[in-house]
Design a protein around this ligand. Structure first.
Ligand code: 173
Length: 326
């Protein structure tokens, strides 16, 4: 009796002091999938992170990495998170516009994720992700990776007329505005589409084309890049809310640590650009005015599309995603 009372008092004191109580501590395991191929750069970095989380999270939180698109096809990952088939995923918004069109708007951020967390963008994103997709937007693990047009047909101006280009929703409005015929595929189908001549080219960020051997089927890259490849961790909202405060704090701390590694991408961009050149991929460049017009058009067309699909959210996001006035 005396002893039980003492334990209860200790637990109550520890609780009121906000400390973890060993007797109450519990471990949870979250199921995670990747919408990108397991051997690619994104999933490699994801798996390194999972290893660290599991080493540091014993008794609190563990992550079970189920796999890539072979486990859940790329364009079904969003719904799997929304419905709780899995707890968590690494994906990009373009892959889950079937959940909500707003998912693809994240490519339009022109401020770093660290800044988005401070200026209200992160909270604004989460409000939409919570309400429309039953998801918590946990954090962004890829930044500073502009998209490019890769093609086998040479051009001397920003004109894709007569070209058939593989896309995802990321590129649709822009490439169509440049005159391209477009065909949507998951990344896993790009190599075969190139090999069979079904497409002349494809959209992809500056990094990663070697992961699936696309350099073998790629002659040109059009510069400059545009938008910023967004690859993030998303979580089923009920699963997120079920976490104990200790588990949630631990998870958020780990996500922040992952984001703190995002300067990797600046270096990777330079390395991959050089590697493409070495592999014989020729950069097609326009003069300064044409380059600026090209990039401006990319954003104009995409924001116009966003405003058409979801006017209210686009209006809320736009000032939060814009670079601070210089
Ligand atoms: O598949 C894609 O081209 C795509 O939409 C994307 C988005 C983010 C990172 C890499 C690819």
């Amino acid at each position: 009796m005396q002893r039980r009372l003492m334990i209860q008092t200790t637990a109550a004191l520890a609780l009121s002091a906000g400390l973890a109580v060993p007797a109450l501590a519990q471990e949870t395991t979250l199921r995670l999938v990747s919408a990108f191929a397991e051997n690619g750069i994104y999933a490699q970095r994801l798996q390194e992170w999972v290893k660290k989380v599991n080493a540091e999270g014993k008794g609190v939180l563990q992550i079970n990495f189920i796999g890539g698109p072979k486990a859940i096809p790329t364009f079904e990952v969003g719904n799997a998170v929304k419905t709780g088939v899995v707890d968590m995923a690494m994906s990009t918004g373009a892959f889950y516009t079937n959940v909500m069109p707003e998912a693809d708007f994240l490519k339009l951020t022109e401020v770093p994720i660290a800044q988005q967390r401070k200026n209200g963008a992160f909270d604004a994103i989460n409000k939409v992700w919570n309400e429309k997709a039953n998801m918590q937007y946990l954090g962004r693990m890829v930044e500073n990776q502009p998209f490019h047009i890769y093609t086998n047909k040479k051009v001397d101006k920003p004109d894709l007329s007569g070209q058939k280009i593989r896309i995802t929703p990321v590129y649709r409005d822009f490439f169509q505005a440049l005159g391209a015929n477009v065909v949507t595929t998951a990344p896993g189908e790009v190599y075969t589409a190139l090999e069979r001549g079904v497409v002349d080219g494809y959209g992809w960020p500056i990094g990663g084309i070697f992961d699936l051997n696309w350099q073998e089927k790629t002659k040109y890259r059009i510069d400059p890049g545009f938008y910023d490849a967004e690859v993030s961790l998303i979580m089923n909202l009920p699963a997120y809310r079920r976490l104990t405060p200790a588990q949630r704090d631990f998870l958020n701390k780990q996500v922040l640590a992952l984001e703190a590694q995002n300067d990797f991408w600046e270096k990777y961009k330079a390395e991959e650009t050089a590697r493409q050149e070495k592999a014989g991929i020729q950069a097609i460049k326009f003069d300064a005015a044409a380059s600026k017009a090209f990039r401006d058009k990319a954003y104009e067309v995409a924001w116009a599309g966003a405003e058409k699909q979801s006017p209210e959210v686009a209006k809320r996001f736009k000032p939060l995603f814009a670079p601070a006035a210089k």
